[in-house]
Design a protein around this ligand. Sequence first.
Ligand SMILES: [Zn+2]
Length: 261
Amino acid sequence: MNSELLIQAAKLIRKARYAVAFTGAGISVASGIPPFRGENGLWNTTDPIFLDIEFFNRKPLQSWLKIKEIFYDKLRNVEPNIAHEVLAKMEERSFLESVITQNIDHLHQKAGNHKVFELHGTYKHLVCTKCMSEYDMSFADLNYLPPTCLVCRGILKPDIVFFNEPIPAYAERHSFEEAAKADVMLIIGTHRTLALYTYRYRYLSGDDRLRSNDRNWRVVVFVKEETKTLVVRFKYQVSRLKRQVGKKYSTLNIILGSFTF
Ligand SMILES: [Zn+2]
């Protein structure tokens, strides 16, 4: 691990006016949750069709059987790891404003973060496919599948974003707003293309006001076993970011505990 870069990253975070973390599956790998892609990725052993909304609507029981196995039987018992805990501690100590996450595992909240925007929803909630009533998962008895709505008997769906479903408007809007306010963005445990998605937040949203802080925006990317600190003038150096991040850093297990704040 390059301690020079870590110190540099810690300084950036310390000086940040508004730091935001953007996290992906890689941050939860150390908690025992496999990533979706890559060598030990879930999609190597599981057909993603079970998480396709059209499939779910046609065959909810089949879809639920798999979803229960890959998410609900496992996620109830997983615990946050040190990376989640440090992000929570950073929020507590005002070094971090919010977390934007692609994860549905609820581990940021379990670790203690309060301002978390879940781009792909959360397994913790279920939503009725007919009347849109919402339930906490503790309500559902998953021994009887598919679970149904108390109000209208409609089928309940996990409140996670399936393939061919849009990102929830609430999470998307707030993520844009957070990215717009941020002068430091920590990109943790996510694939490079998704890191570039963060770029989209800022520049493709069509909001010119978001561009005013161009020269002050910093990106810190944490990757597995190595930390690259990229101090990027984003507007001018997107190609550099693509080159740097794009090599092969797909996941993160970084121990943020190395920082001294
Ligand atoms: Zn209902």
